[in-house]
Design a protein around this ligand. Sequence first.
Ligand code: GLA
Length: 385
Amino acid sequence: MLDVNGISELHHERFGLKPRVFAAPGRVNIIGEHTDYADGFVMPAAIDFATFAAISPRDDGRIEIRSENYQDSVAYERNGLPRQQIGHWSDYPVGILAVLHEEGMEIPAFSLTLQGDVPVGAGLSSSAAVEVSTMAAVLSLINVEIPLPRMAQLCRRAENGYVGASTGIMDQFIACCGAENHALLLDCRSLEYRLAPIPPDLSLVISNTMVKHAHAGGEYNTRRAEVEEGTEILRRHRPEIRKLRDATIADLEKWGDEMPPDVLKRVRHVITENERTVAAADALERGDLETLGRLMYAAHASYRDDFEASCREADAMVELASKEEGCIGARLTGGGFGGCTVNLVKAACARQFAANLQRRYREVTGIDADVYLCRASAGAHEVEA
Ligand code: GLA
């Protein structure tokens, strides 16, 4: 667990002023994968891993950003920030400054300390946590308040335009708008959302396969391109299909044979995943855990077979989880090709589940997995030292 007093003291010692501290969480996606950029539905929850951003003003016209995780700092003149990413951890906070500047805000001089415990490269959105906490901190310094959904849009713009990762809005949105003990069903077109309570006798167990296949970033973009290609083919027949959100399985039955076989499968995943996600939110709201679990397993199968974004290790992890007592549903979460699985487990069984899963996963793959028993947590907020 991060300690707000710890980061506050580190910041004070280094920069001479007591900071204000803002937190933004990582996330786990319960269901709805590769649907966000198709204007579809996602149902993530914020988790109790987060990034803290501690900020204080300066009077020397400079901006200094310190990462406690990387034990490294960058410093620039307030008006001399790099205009493009430099392939460094600092691209994330600097990208936020670039976007605020584009929005017409004057960026003041300040010192910023970042510290986080969201596992990096595990598909739990450590980057969105850095972006959102940085934005909350800088906005506080210039006394600007913007609605959280708007903040998510701006953070996504930093990730897409500055860092150069063409992701959807899910990660930034949940880092802004998450709520304790709730999952969030987001309509990625209208940005309307509703919160669905996670029953107290249910645990959110995240298990890290400990693999991230090296081609993950490239494959994400390939999948996006295939989704676009399929959308374009359907749009020729039904021009009102702006994104796959607007398409149905009936459309695919009529015109799917015009698509290359892989494209057809990607499109089928996105269309069916949107349906599953809305149904899963309904099931969670009415406490129908059996249906929710079934939808999660179906989502994993679709991610594996149609979207082809799973991997051997994640398939093994889901399969092993499904055999454990108290497991309601399990699937690979996040962008794909490794990272973590999300498991909904009866709270009374969660510890045993975690221990068994670790043991069985080691037997099958030879890999020691990290397993986290998480709580659905709040989105971006200020923390008092
Ligand atoms: C990554 C992206 C999200 C989303 C997921 C897949 O996490 O950042 O925008 O596309 O992959 O669902």
